[in-house]
Design a binder for this molecule. Sequence first.
Ligand SMILES: [Zn+2]
Ligand SMILES: [Zn+2]
Length: 110
Amino acid sequence: MAIKLPLAPTALKQLGANLLGISWNDGHDSVYHVRNIRLNCRCANCVDEWTREKILKDDQVPKDIRPQKMDTVGRYALQIDWSDGHNTGIFTFEQLRSQCECESCQQKKN
Ligand SMILES: [Zn+2]
Ligand SMILES: [Zn+2]
């Protein structure tokens, strides 16, 4: 029996001006438009802590938003410093994986 490891990225790579690639320890390669990651930020500045309602407006995020620095937080999340100065967001690996924009994940959603 294979031991199921907790989901974790094995590699982060910039695939293009606005494309980020994450390779996972289960062999899956994810692609993301970096702006979509930023738009899904769930920190207290972007989502109301009590109502879980999204405060962040799409047009508040620059079209050319870029991650400037990425750090793993413990073994469960990624902290990203964005080019618009936003750095309070923590993106859990589970959250990122569920937002994967690769073709096969998109097909499963539709
Ligand atoms: Zn945020
Ligand atoms: Zn995928």
